[in-house]
Design a protein. Structure first.
Length: 394
């Protein structure tokens, strides 16, 4: 079965890379390689991989520290004291794309059913007793609106997102952060590249979050989705792609600092000591793929997955990210103990019907794909659906 999928993808990719296929591509490919597929290869001299040495694996020492932080997560009351009837708050922080993928376009409840929160709310594997998932992200809230303690966003989250649900800042123990800035204009490898600015801002953000949320232990970061279809200068390529390096550098800065006896080593990232003023940080799901060119796991981005501006995700794009987030939070060893229902992170496996439903949702974009590049998209989407449904049955 696997060989057939590989053959199908190879034929589709050959068609897409033919002169006719390239001529019809438009914004469907940038020719860039996703970080998780770049490996030890380089982009403008910067090595690929989500983590060090071109790998996608959390370094052993950093993983051990993350597991220790995860083990310390427990239900807390609104004063931050351990309580069997308390809550663990998982919070999102970010901009319009972030809220659209996490919950809803207007950032308020109820969440759209296809988003991360919408899917998690009806998933029997998820801890619905002591876990509270809260959407703090909102439209227009770029990185620069989260990187200072005085930024109004934090009071907004406290007063309009936490308090109405009977929750407090003291209960926030984990977060998903996805931020960017509008109108980037300096590309790597320039020393003034926007990717460096974003790294610095994210370092400030996680430190400010630790001040506002004193029990925050774990922060998972994601970079932008594909922006090759962008019709505006809001955040086009290659800036969406390069934001992946911002996340990679920030995480590596913490890894290197802790190896250096807690002494900061990356002045752009600043002090990220998780024994003091910062939470433990790591990659969440990596969301970028080169348009219609399938990533190694089959991920593609159809033009239909984006709104007309080519920057914000459409409902199908929101669902795609929502599914990747749910896959991450139900499988990562750093979250299973508190995100999943059941003792010790054990959870009920999805039924065959649920797996089939997930397969159908993830393969839906195949019906939209047309022509040679449509074959690539269909093959990639179908293979991704096959892999995920199979994984959930195991």
């Amino acid at each position: 079965m696997k060989g057939a999928w590989v053959l199908l993808l190879a034929v589709a990719l050959a068609l897409a890379m033919s002169p006719a296929g390239r001529a019809s591509a438009g914004g469907s490919s940038t020719g860039l390689t996703p970080l998780n597929d770049l490996g030890a290869g380089t982009y403008l001299g910067f090595q690929g991989g989500l983590y060090e040495n071109g790998t996608n694996a959390v370094p052993a020492g950093h993983a051990a520290a993350g597991l220790a932080q995860a083990a310390a997560v427990q239900p807390l009351d609104t004063n931050g004291a351990a309580s069997a009837t308390g809550k663990v708050v998982l919070l999102s922080v970010g901009m319009s794309n972030t809220t659209q993928e996490f919950c809803s376009g207007n950032s308020a409840l109820p969440c759209s059913s296809w988003t991360f929160m919408g899917q998690a709310a009806v998933d029997p594997r998820v801890n619905h007793e002591t876990l509270a998932v809260v959407n703090g992200a909102a439209g227009g809230q770029s990185a620069a609106t989260w990187d200072e303690l005085s930024d109004p966003n934090y009071d907004r989250v406290r007063d309009t997102r936490l308090a109405p649900q009977g929750l407090s800042e003291q209960q926030v123990q984990a977060a998903w952060v996805k931020v960017a800035n509008p109108g980037p204009n300096s590309s790597l490898p320039s020393p003034t590249a926007d990717a460096y600015t974003l790294e610095t801002q994210m370092g400030n953000i996680v430190r400010v979050m630790k001040m506002r949320y004193p029990n925050l232990r774990l922060v998972f970061l994601s970079s932008r989705i594909y922006a090759g279809y962008a019709t505006t200068t809001l955040n086009p390529e290659p800036y969406a792609y390069q934001s992946g390096f911002s996340v990679k550098w920030l995480v590596q800065a913490q890894v290197d600092q802790m190896r250096n006896n807690g002494v900061p080593v990356d002045p752009r990232a600043g002090d990220l000591n998780y024994g003091g003023g910062a939470p433990w940080v790591a990659w969440g799901p990596y969301l970028w793929a080169d348009g219609l060119v399938p990533r190694s796991d089959g991920l593609v981005w159809l033009q239909a997955d984006l709104q007309p501006d080519g920057t914000h995700p459409s409902p199908s794009g929101q669902e795609k990210v929502g599914t990747m987030l749910l896959d991450f939070f139900t499988s990562s060893p750093f979250v299973r103990s508190w995100f999943l229902a059941g003792v010790g992170g054990r959870a009920e496996a999805p039924s065959i019907g649920e797996a089939s439903s997930a397969r159908a949702r993830l393969a839906r974009d195949s019906a939209v794909a047309t022509g040679a590049l449509g074959v690539v998209a269909a093959a990639g989407a179908a293979y991704l659906a096959f892999r995920r449904a199979r994984a959930r049955r195991l």
